[in-house]
Design a protein around this ligand. Structure first.
Ligand SMILES: NC(=O)c1ccc[n+]([C@@H]2O[C@H](COP(=O)([O-])OP(=O)(O)OC[C@H]3O[C@@H](n4cnc5c(N)ncnc54)[C@H](O)[C@@H]3O)[C@@H](O)[C@H]2O)c1
Ligand SMILES: [Zn+2]
Length: 360
């Protein structure tokens, strides 16, 4: 078990462990809630809700709200349903919300916690690779509205993140593989030793060996903490977390979500890596190493063809553009991300061609 200190605006601990043994202790160390409401989804509830509810009951009267699993539930109706549950159980500022699940649950429950009674405390118990390594850290919470993802949201830090990596054992394989692209991203933008760790321990990670997954998650969470600490409100360096995401999002949308977010991020990583190579920022061996690592984790499966003009159009309409220009993350060597705003359609086209050859 390891504890990581996150500091973005307000410090909080990230417990990284392989059981729920210390959950009660970790909550009691930071608050004495008068009641608890666990928010989770319909896939996670049958597996973990009873365990967490039993632990909650040892602290205070504990209630639960379960919503239908999936991104489609990340909406305003789900919020109002949860507000109804909170009112019914007289949850107030002395209570505690627990988000138990993946990134969808964390974002929804976190947003509820940030708005109900102008903000009440919450704890994250992330149960997917994405949530444990990425979404539970950094305080971004919110929901989708109309066709806009995460358009209604807030910054609201949890009191605590309690990561039990053994929950990954029940995660569907495709979710596991997709989530690994975010871990690879963290290594590539910030931490060369994590990159080496992933290369050395890929088999143990894929077979979910506890001690190895715990170490990986600890290191990867550390990257997210460090980047967020430098830039809590995403005005500068935090943008490097979008590495692989600009083209990734374009493919995700154009494919009509045939490929998962994580799968698309891996394609985006290859495109960004190739563009970095063409600008003499990376050498071909480094690009090959990245591709090899993605492949080892089951990413970079054959990809349909997409017209660069469509990809480019999507990229230039992306909300992350700066002053009308696309801000794009490249790598100047492994673990050194840079933000550029002068990419053009031609270099995207060449990189897309390379991606097609790689994943043909
Ligand atoms: N706030 C942030 O900074 C941030 C960062 C990255 C992603 N996100 C958001 O996170 C969401 C994606 O998160 P995700 O990939 O975790 O998706 P998710 O929450 O939908 O979880 C994926 C699937 O796995 C199921 N599941 C979760 N844990 C399980 C377990 N241990 N065993 C069995 N099944 C389990 C879920 O019910 C769901 O069906 C997106 O909405 C994205 O916008 C937010
Ligand atoms: Zn992502």
């Amino acid at each position: 078990m390891k504890i990581l200190k996150a500091v973005n605006n307000r410090p909080y601990d990230i417990w990284c462990t392989d059981s729920f043994t210390d959950l009660k202790k970790s909550i009691q160390a930071i608050c004495q809630p008068s009641s608890i409401c666990i928010i989770t989804d319909s896939h996670v509830a049958p597996i973990y809700l009873e365990t967490i509810k039993n632990i909650g009951q040892q602290i205070a009267p504990t209630y639960a709200h379960v919503f239908k699993a999936g991104e489609l539930s990340k909406n305003i109706t789900t919020l109002t349903d949860i507000y109804d549950t909170l009112l019914m159980h007289k949850i107030d500022r002395s209570s505690l919300i627990i988000a138990l699940g993946g990134g969808v649950v964390g974002d929804v429950a976190g947003f509820v916690a940030s708005t109900y009674m102008r903000g009440i405390p919450f704890v994250q118990i992330p149960t997917t690779v994405v949530a444990q390594n990425d979404s539970s850290i950094g305080g971004k919470v919110g929901v989708d509205y109309l066709k806009y993802k995460n358009i209604v949201g807030a910054f609201h830090n949890p009191l605590l993140v309690y990561t039990n990596i053994s929950t990954l054992k029940t995660l569907p394989k495709r979710e596991l593989i997709g989530g690994m692209s975010e871990v690879i991203k963290h290594a590539l933008i910030y931490d060369a030793s994590l990159f080496e760790y992933l290369v050395a321990y890929k088999n143990q990670i894929l077979s979910l060996e506890d001690s190895v997954v715990e170490e990986m998650t600890y290191r990867s969470s550390q990257v997210k903490c460090s980047v967020v600490e430098e830039d809590p409100k995403e005005s500068g360096v935090r943008k490097i977390l979008n590495f692989g995401h600009t083209v990734g999002h374009a493919i995700e949308t154009l494919s009509d979500f045939k490929y998962s977010h994580g799968e698309c991020v891996a394609y985006g990583i290859v495109v960004a890596a190739y563009m970095s190579y063409k600008r003499d920022l990376l050498n071909l061996t480094q690009v090959d190493q990245m591709i090899e690592l993605c492949r080892e984790f089951g990413l970079l499966e054959p990809l349909d063809k997409y017209a660069t003009s469509d990809i480019w159009q999507h990229m230039t309409y992306d909300k992350k553009k700066a002053y009308g220009k696309v801000s794009f993350i490249l790598l100047k060597g492994i673990a050194h991300a840079i933000i550029v705003t002068d990419i053009n359609e031609k270099e995207v086209e060449e990189a897309m061609k390379f991606l097609e050859e790689t994943c043909g």
